[in-house]
Structure formats: C-alpha cells, structure tokens
Design a protein around this ligand. Structure first.
Ligand SMILES: [Zn+2]
Length: 626
C-alpha cells in the first residue's frame, strides 16, 4: 500500500487508548468489534473486593490490568501486521476481544463512582476510560451483539468494495480506482471511476442508520446526550465551546483556502473547458486527483504547478546515488531528534522494528508506530524505499515513537496524546524543519539559494496537501455530530453531506445524487466509525508547534525557512509538553510549549504568506467564490 506523509498511520491496533489514530488516506484495519466477544474478564477481581475498592484503587488496578492486556494485544497485532496468516489473524482477534471485553466491564464498574468526590487525576482517568471506545455498546446483550455485527458489516462492505464496469472480470478495488483519479485526465473516465466507487456507500445506508441508533443508546447509558457529545467530551471543554473553536479556526484559514480554490478552478477550466468547470461555481469533485478531493497534490505536476521550470531539487536522486537503505533513513530521523536532546532509540527498536518489506511473507506495509506497552519497547513498521517521501514518513513515525518514550512514565490511561490531534502533529512538526537547507546540510540535495519561483512552487505543493485538506477535515465530523444529534436524519443523509461539501470545500458531485445514494459511506472513516476532527486539529497544531519551537531556538528566519535541527532549547520545550501525555487538559500541555492555551491558525497562515500574496495577485481578475 502506498503511504503519504500526512496519512502516515499513527499506531497500533487497539482502540483509541493505546495508540492514537489511524490512516488519514487509506485507513488501517481497525480491529474493534471484528469478531464476537468472548465472555468473561481476563483478570477477575476476587469476589467482594470490588465493592470495597476506592476510586483511586480501582483506577490503579485498571491501569495495571489494561496494561497487561494491551501488552498481549499489541504483541498479537504486531505479529499479524508483520506476518499475515490465518493463525496470526485468529490470535490477534482473540487478544483484541479480551481487551475490549475487559474495557466494557471496567467502564460498567466505573459507574459506581459517579457522583463521588474524586481527585482530579482519578476523575480524569475515569473519563479517559469511558471515552475509550468510539462506539459504546448498550448494556442489553442482544443490542450489544447487534452493534458489534453492524460495525463488522460496515467495515466489510467498505473493505470489499469494488466497481465492475463490464462484469465480473472487470472489477477494480479502491486502490485501482484511486490510481485512475490520480493519473487520468479524461473527464468521462474520472467521472466513471468516481461514480463506480461511490456506489459502495448505497448498500450501507440502512445499517449505518441502525448503527447510529444503537451507538447513541450506548452513549446515553454512559451519561452523554448522544455519541457526538461523547466524542467532543475528550477536548476538555463543552461541545458548544468546541464547535465555536472549530469554527474560529476555520474562519482563520478560509481566506487561504478560498485563494487556492479560485486558482485551482481556473487551472482546471483551462484543462477541461469552461463548460465543465464554470467560473463562480463549485468544482466537480472528480477532478482534483483524489477520490474525496481531500488533497490535491496529485494534479500538481501537470495542472497546478505555478512555474513549470522552477523547482527545488528533491532528495530522491541523491538518496539513490548514495545508496541509502531503510536503516540509514531511520538513523537520519533519529539523529534529528537526538540533536534536540531526545535520547537515542533503544536497542530493541532496531532489533524488533520492521523497516523494509520482507521477501518471504505477507505484511501490512502501511507505515505505523507501535508502543508495545512493555517497558520502553517501541517500534515502527514500514516498507521504506529510498525516496524523499519515505524519508518524510520515517521522520513522521519517529514523532509518535518519541511521544511514546516521553510519556512512558505515565500510568496506562494517560499514555496518549494530550488530545487526539496532538499525536499526528508531533512528527509533522519536525518535518517542517526538514527544509531544503537541512537536506543540503545532510548531503541529500545540493546547496543553492532557491529562487522566488521555486519557493512558490514548493509552497503550492505543500498547500495542496495541508490547506486543501482543512475544509474536508472539518466537515466529516460536523456531518456526523449532526447525524448523532438527530439534526440530520436518514431522510437527508446525502443531501446534507453535499450541502457541507459545497459550503466548505466548494465542490459539486460529478453526477446528480439522491437519497438512494449514501456518499459518506464511500469514505473509510464513516463505516469504520473513526473520529476525524483529530486530523483537522493536527494540521493546524503542527504549524503552531513549529512556530513555538522556532521561537525557542531563537530563529530569525521566516517560518517556512526555519529549521530547529540542533536546538536543545527547542527540544527541551517540546519534551516538557510531550511528557505530560494525556495526564492534564490539553490546554496545559499546549501552554508548556507555546505559552498560550488556545489552538491558533495564525502560524499556518504566516507560514504560507508568500503563497497567499502570490495567489492574491494571480486571482486578481478572477471571479472567486462559489
Ligand atoms: Zn502518524
């Protein structure tokens, strides 16, 4: 499977707690609820002990027992991903079931402390415990079983989704259809591939509606108004406050997105004709190089590159000439982190990680980082090849690894990101320091002063990943929160989806849609029920972190040229934040590094200032907006 930088997978196979996040682009196999649960807890409490247990004792025990179960589940998950067989699938499913069964039992037991006076740390630990499942099951056994079944069916429908335009011999899966979206420049072919994949959603409509009803019931039993309220409870503020924050951040970045949209539409009109891409109207969603039009970099080389002949040298050529292998790439990433004062990676990291594709067995190549819940045993699993893209991937994955290492002395329930946007942002922040000057310094490109035109090209390429993504990152959960609250009903699932796609992304469906379709189902995170706001937050946070590190390093360079390589002071500030894990409200963690308690999109705008100025000149005589 291909890997792209921001989509690089965080970690692990366990739900939420252990290891944050999953792939942005293609998704990993989330193994929650894939098999019927076994009965019975793995580590039974002696009869009578539970009733006398104080809340503090209960939390201490749960931390201990979850850690033991996680150790086993992570070992099974890692074995599966690095050696796919029917046996490792079975062992992994069993270990996951045990973990999940324990979790739901612990959540039920924790209810006996409701309304009691608790220390802040204990209250927080119980909250983390409750929020540990993305879809809590109702207490009723039949409903619980049905929810598990629905989750498995929805994931299976997505995973098995195919488009067979000319009968059984002509079937294409998502990878193949995505390839058409990325490479084809034929309007009809693009429309056909888009339509073919989106048909996969229609069959999920009924099941999704039922899933929403049951998961909402589970959330209500845990004391939340609905599942959307429960998801937002992880952000240390009320859902209303969090909505207002998301909207504020969106308004901060919207001018840059609008400029990008205006420019892209004009370039696409030049390519496909004004009749297909009319000025002043939303852009047809199949033309932007990605099935969901969530990132547009695939059409950068031939359609959206501002200056065809001016480009920065990439590291690709010298990586090959100098014969860099996976270990050398990983050592290079390690040396960036150690230059900030982080420790060297443990010996076991090198012994137990999978850095390249093995020749003799099936593996999941999608890059991920693993906290094995076992005294400093951290790893990455990837199939690195010597390209600049994979170099960025390994710097990204080590961000997760150094977060694991930094918070390793926290109790189990706090070994997590400060909020779910943090984990993905840590390594991406470091990648913002992997500037051309840094690459020249480590001998991977030739040192030349980049021209202004090359800078604009570079910024455009990046903006097509990082800015084009933002409205999509915002709308997925806005749609879901409204579905969970009942504001959006099955009768308007699809029309409300397109309403948001139009409002935020400025996109239109390639062909007319109706309520017979279910286009949200064609995006992995909806059938897999993976929260999505984390990616929106992570994209904004990484620039805020970068700016704070540059300030700590006393850099005088503009943000887009600043590299924090070698700054112990920047590293010290970073670690101060990372070592908290999830033990304190994320605002406290953020304040440690940045001195502010608010997420702020001003740094991302500052970073792209040259591009913004260029776009406003470029779009001067265009009718922007939609
Ligand atoms: Zn990641």
């Amino acid at each position: 499977m291909t890997e792209t930088r921001p989509g690089a997978c965080a970690a692990g196979t366990l739900p939420l707690i252990l290891l944050t996040g999953c792939a942005l682009l293609t998704g990993c196999a989330l193994l929650t609820g894939c098999a019927p649960r076994e009965s019975g807890p793995p580590a039974p409490t002696p009869p009578g002990a539970a009733a006398k247990e104080s809340a503090d004792e209960f939390v201490a025990r749960v931390n201990r027992e979850l850690n033991a179960l996680a150790q086993e589940a992570q070992a099974a998950g890692y074995t599966l991903d690095t050696y796919i067989t029917t046996d490792t699938q079975l062992l992994n499913a069993r270990a996951n079931d045990r973990y999940l069964a324990y979790l739901s039992k612990a959540v039920a037991e924790a209810k006996r402390y409701d309304g009691q006076e608790l220390s802040p740390a204990t209250r927080r630990a119980l909250m983390k415990l409750r929020l540990n499942v993305a879809a809590p099951a109702p207490d009723d056994a039949a409903k619980r079983a049905r929810l598990t079944q629905l989750e498995a069916q929805l994931e299976a429908k997505y995973g098995e989704g195919k488009y067979c335009p000319k009968g059984p011999g002509s079937c294409m899966n998502l990878d193949q259809l995505s390839e058409i979206l990325a490479r084809s420049r034929n309007y009809a072919e693009l429309t056909d591939a888009w339509k073919g994949w989106h048909a996969v959603g229609a069959g999920m409509r009924e099941e999704y509606g039922e899933f929403v009803r049951l998961a909402n019931e589970g959330a209500r039993e845990l004391g939340f108004k609905n599942l959307g309220v429960m998801w937002r409870a992880g952000y240390d503020m009320t859902p209303e406050e969090f909505d207002a924050e998301s909207e504020r951040l969106w308004q901060q970045v919207k001018p840059l997105y609008d400029g990008l949209h205006c420019y892209a539409r004009a370039r696409l009109a030049r390519r496909y004709g004004e009749d297909q891409v009319p000025a002043g109207k939303p852009i047809p969603a199949q033309l932007l190089g990605n099935m969901w039009a969530q990132q547009w970099n695939k059409i950068y080389p031939d359609i959206l590159r501002p200056y065809p002949t001016a480009s920065l040298e990439t590291a690709d050529a010298l990586l090959k000439v100098q014969q860099w292998d996976a270990a050398r790439m990983t050592h290079s990433a390690e040396s960036f982190y150690t230059s900030l004062g982080f420790p060297q990676l443990p010996k076991t990291f090198w012994e137990r990680s999978m850095l390249s594709r093995p020749r003799d067995r099936e593996v999941v190549c999608h890059a991920s980082a693993w906290d094995m819940a076992s005294g400093g045993d951290v790893r990455i699993k990837a199939c690195l090849v010597p390209t600049e893209e994979d170099l960025y991937t390994v710097y990204h994955e080590l961000g997760h690894v150094y977060y694991f290492i930094s918070y390793s002395s926290q109790p189990f329930l706090f070994r997590d990101g400060a909020n779910d946007g943090f984990h993905e942002a840590i390594g991406d922040t470091i990648n913002l320091s992997v500037t051309p000057a840094y690459l020249a310094r480590i001998g991977l490109i030739h040192a030349v002063a980049p021209s202004h035109e090359a800078l604009i090209n570079q910024q455009m390429k990046m903006a097509l990943e990082k800015i084009a993504f933002l409205p999509f990152g915002r709308l997925i959960d806005e749609w879901r929160w409204k579905v969970f609250s009942g504001e959006i009903t099955p009768a308007n699932y699809n029309s409300s989806w397109w309403e948001l796609r139009r409002r935020y992304q400025g996109l239109a469906p390639p062909v007319p849609r109706s309520e017979a379709d279910f286009d949200p189902g064609a995006k992995y995170h909806i059938p897999s029920n993976t929260p999505y706001t984390r990616y929106f937050l992570s994209y904004i946070l990484q620039f805020q972190f970068h700016k704070a590190l540059c300030a700590a390093a006393a850099s005088k360079a503009p943000l887009y040229e600043c590299s924090n390589y070698g700054s112990q002071e920047a590293g010290r500030r970073y670690v101060d934040m990372l070592r908290l894990g999830a033990s304190e409200p994320w605002q406290d963690a953020l304040e440690k590094l940045t001195g502010t308690r608010r997420i702020d999109a001003a740094p991302i705008i500052e970073y792209f200032q040259p591009l913004m100025e260029w776009l406003s000149e470029e779009n001067k005589n265009r009718q922007c907006g939609w």
